[in-house]
Design a binder for this molecule. Structure first.
Ligand code: OKP
Ligand code: ZN
Length: 343
């Protein structure tokens, strides 16, 4: 399997994540990628490539122009304002406030474009986010060119990012870019299968009113888990997208026996929808020892999940999302890929 990854991810490494009222070293840290790379090599998956330059036209087609301008200039504007820390949002447009008016002031703008305050922006975040998107785009290009599957080792992750908001460690929605690219290459219908522990609110939001991109997500129930405000089972799409969203929220402590049934249901829905290509939002934070999640999957379960995904028989782009049990993130990620490849 061809693998794409950019060292530029390192440019995004905030010192602080707002966690329980403390600033802690972010769970989403550069070493995650090192663990995945090391395991790939250990297992003989050595076709590792740097991505081409990001396709900016595709990123502009997906995202709000004001949001992209904001991401590109946020650090300079923050420093120019005289702020000395990393960029953390503190004021948000919420119920009964003006939702459609981005402020001029950078502190206000940050809140306008942010959906969760744990995620800090630093010098280099924009470049890293672009390089992550570029990996997804190059992996998708390989699949369009005829590869059965490719793995984009994206960092930072993408599935919480909407067309106009960052948060949940995400800035640009890599999986959505891949899905759009597959559509543009001629696939009539595409599916995104999100197996990250957290609901892929960004991906869902981007495709919610479209019937050409099916979205299925397995995740911790919103009553109990981030992102809290989306991911209920009764969210099924709207307009042309009516019936093209399928959410499988699950309770704390969910074991693989139950999770795998939801996976089979998601797979059946994707098959029934008639998808011709697949994007997998590949987070491995459903793992039992993940520090910020609450499912109980063990490492061999990820191999089995990969096997089940392969039964779709679709050209597949894997985009890395979460996974924070640092010692196991490589094993679990590569297990999905090997299960898929029939190893
Ligand atoms: C990103 B991905 C700990 C809670 C942090 C944000 C979680 C983002 C997960 N401070 N909440 O879906 O793995
Ligand atoms: Zn996650």
């Amino acid at each position: 399997m061809r693998i794409f990854y950019s060292e530029t991810h390192r440019r995004h490494f905030p010192q602080g994540e707002l966690n329980g009222g403390e600033l802690v070293t972010p769970f989403e840290r550069p070493s995650r990628v090192e663990y995945v790379l090391a395991r790939l090599k250990e297992r003989g998956l050595t076709d590792i490539n740097a991505p081409d330059a990001p396709d900016m036209a595709a990123i502009r087609a997906l995202c709000d122009p004001g949001y992209l301008d904001f991401l590109e200039t946020a650090w300079d504007d923050w420093v120019a304002e005289g702020f000395r820390g990393e960029i953390i949002a503190a004021s948000f447009p919420v119920r009964r406030m003006q939702m459609g008016r981005p402020p001029r002031n950078i502190d206000g703008k940050v809140g306008y474009y942010c959906l969760a305050a744990e995620t800090a922006i630093t010098n280099g975040t924009w470049e890293a986010a672009l390089s992550s998107a570029a990996s997804a785009q190059s992996a998708t290009r390989a699949v369009i060119a005829g590869e059965k599957a490719a793995f984009a080792l994206c960092r930072p992750p993408g599935h919480h990012a909407t067309a106009d908001m960052y948060g949940g460690y995400c800035f640009l929605n890599n999986a959505a870019l891949a899905a759009e690219q597959l559509r543009a290459s001629g696939a009539g219908k595409v599916a995104v299968l999100d197996i990250d522990f957290h609901h892929g609110n960004g991906t869902q939001d981007i495709f919610y009113d479209r019937g050409d991109v099916f979205f299925a997500s397995l995740h911790g129930a919103p009553e109990d888990a981030f992102p809290y405000f989306l991911g209920y089972a009764d969210e099924t799409g709207t307009g042309d997208g009516d019936g093209a969203t399928a959410n499988f929220p699950m309770a704390p402590g969910t074991p693989y026996s139950e999770w795998s049934q939801a996976l089979d249901q998601a797979i059946a829905r994707i098959r029934a929808h008639g998808a011709e290509a697949l994007v997998v939002s590949l987070g491995v934070d459903a793992y039992k020892d993940d520090p910020i999640s609450f499912f109980k999957l063990d490492s061999p379960d990820f191999t089995d999940a990969g096997r089940r995904i392969a039964t779709l028989g679709l050209p597949t782009v894997f985009c890395m999302e979460g996974g924070y049990a640092i010692e196991a993130v490589g094993i679990n990620t590569v297990n999905v890929l090997e299960g898929f490849e029939g190893a």
